[in-house]
Design a protein around this ligand. Structure first.
Ligand code: UP5
Ligand code: MG
Length: 195
């Protein structure tokens, strides 16, 4: 895709920072298409015809990043499907969270315009995820996996945020506030960029 054909905003932040929650609000107010890499992987995992089901399940359970080829292909398919229906504005949530993914996506699919980055203290995220874990059924919402997800986020995903920061593309939002207050910051950041 050329830069004028679609626009992509990456939504990053630690596990439980509120990426999905805020993305859903942006869809309502701005008409973005919301593509959560984690949701796409979980759907692929459940698809009996996929040869990657077991691999994805193992990676998610361990909080590790699924090989980028799989995730980039899922995102590409979702973007192309939406584009063919006339949709051009995308929120890519929870991706890229490793440098190889970032480079593959930027080279093969599109250049992200911005990163909406949710900054959140670990104890707040931990509390949210344990709370959600009571009902989410997610194999990674347990103390052991949450710890691993935090570690991977610091070691592997923060370098991606730093990479885009150097390009002046990171819009920061502090997530430790009620949902509507956080959303107010999101709107203000996007407005500043003319969106
Ligand atoms: N909540 C949200 N906002 C709140 C607020 N302001 N105040 C109070 N509560 C708030 O929110 C989490 C919980 O907090 C919810 O209960 C919500 O109500 C509450 P949510 O919006 O779901 O947060 P989010 O940041 O989306 O958390 P999520 O758990 O989805 O984050 P992860 O980044 O860990 O999960 P994701 O689905 O993106 O990835 C899961 C796994 O998939 C990864 O660990 C990895 O194994 C794999 N993966 C890859 O391999 N490659 C990828 O590219 C992407 C994922
Ligand atoms: Mg999410």
């Amino acid at each position: 895709f050329k830069d004028n054909e679609i626009s992509v905003i990456y939504v990053l932040g630690g596990p439980g920072a509120g990426k999905g929650t805020q993305s859903a609000k942006l869809v309502k107010e701005y008409g973005f298409v919301h593509l959560s890499a984690g949701d796409l992987l979980r759907a692929e995992q459940k698809d009996a015809s996929s040869k990657y089901g077991e691999l994805i399940a193992n990676y998610i359970k361990e909080g590790r990043i699924v090989p980028q080829e799989i995730t980039v292909a899922l995102l590409r398919k979702a973007i192309v499907n939406n584009y063919n229906q006339g949709k051009t504005k995308f929120l890519v949530d929870g991706f890229p969270r490793k440098m190889d993914q970032a480079l593959a996506f930027e080279n093969q699919i599109a250049h992200g315009k911005f990163v909406l980055f949710f900054q959140c203290p670990e104890d707040v995220m931990l509390h949210r995820l344990l709370e959600r874990g009571k009902t989410s059924g997610r194999s990674d919402d347990n103390m052991e996996t949450i710890r691993k997800r935090f570690h991977v986020f610091e070691e592997t995903s923060m370098p991606v945020v730093d990479y885009f920061e150097k390009q002046g593309k990171v819009l920061k939002v502090s997530c430790d506030h009620p949902v509507d207050v956080v959303f107010g910051q999101v709107v203000a950041q996007l407005k500043k960029e003319g969106i």
